[in-house]
Design a protein around this ligand. Structure first.
Ligand code: ZN
Ligand code: FE
Length: 262
């Protein structure tokens, strides 16, 4: 079985990802921050909503859930905890769920928020490449701000993602790629794959085409937050600190803090 994954843009720069099983006429949506664009999309494609998947409790990820569940009585998968009441199926690390005949493994990724989870589907399950819905944890070219977690938590979360197959398609929740990559180039001015990626993404954005999904392989080569054990990123952290970083965690913390004010 193979699912089609389509972005429905919302707000300034959110992507509400919709997974579609055309023959069945069913769909799931990840992080519907707004019901209006999803409702319109489902109607014009004559799709029934079979499930809602939530990565974390921020309003731009859950704002449309109440209106959607009123129209479609579908399960709402989300992180365990009491951060928002709409979850019908609370998930923890190692759980798996079946949505449109597609199996997703749950990966807890605290950092951006403490309740953040990602949804991973193997290639056997998607019928194509493996897929990760990474919410606001791993972005194309960057990572989420640390609103609740520590640098150590986020680093550990990203390390879990780094262990997935390199051809994993990464579906994050925002189109932040160009500004992320501008920062990445400040960290690693001599990174050639990064320069090539910036060119590629510029061309896409000029035509208003999403830069997402990316692949995990691309992130490993160009995303500074996935490269905190690499020498050029360590040296950039050293430049900020005025001394060598004591650990990968400190490198990560320094780079993350730098990005906050970039
Ligand atoms: Zn968020
Ligand atoms: Fe967000």
């Amino acid at each position: 079985m193979s699912i089609e994954i389509v972005p429905v843009p919302a707000f300034q720069d959110n992507y509400l990802w919709v997974g579609i099983n055309r023959p069945q006429g069913t769909a799931f949506v990840v992080d519907p921050g707004d019901c209006e664009p999803i409702d319109r999309f489902l109607r014009s494609n004559q799709l029934t909503l079979a499930a809602i998947l939530i990565t974390h409790h921020h309003p731009d990820h859950i704002g449309g859930v109440d209106a959607l569940t009123k129209r479609f009585r579908c399960p709402v998968y989300g992180p365990k905890g009491d951060r928002f009441p709409q979850v019908t199926d609370a998930l923890v690390e190692g759980d798996n769920i079946n949505v449109l005949d597609c199996r997703f493994d749950i990966i807890e990724t605290p950092g951006h928020t403490l309740d953040h989870i990602c949804y991973y589907a193997h290639s056997e399950s998607t019928g194509e490449k493996p897929v990760l819905f990474s919410g606001d944890t791993l972005f194309a070219g960057g990572c989420g701000r640390l609103f609740e977690g520590t640098p150590g938590q986020m680093l550990a979360s990203l390390a879990k993602i780094a262990g997935l197959p390199p051809d994993t398609r990464l579906y994050c929740a925002h189109e932040y790629t160009l500004s992320n990559l501008r920062f990445a180039a400040a960290v690693e001015p001599a990174n050639q794959p990064l320069q090539a990626r910036i060119e590629r993404c510029r061309r896409l954005r000029d035509q208003d085409i999403p830069t997402v999904p990316s692949t995990l392989a691309e992130e490993t080569l160009t995303n500074p937050f996935m490269r905190t054990a690499e020498r050029p990123v360590m040296l950039a952290a050293e430049g900020r600190l005025g001394r060598p970083p004591k650990s990968e965690e400190e490198t990560f913390a320094v780079i993350r803090k730098w990005k906050d004010s970039f």
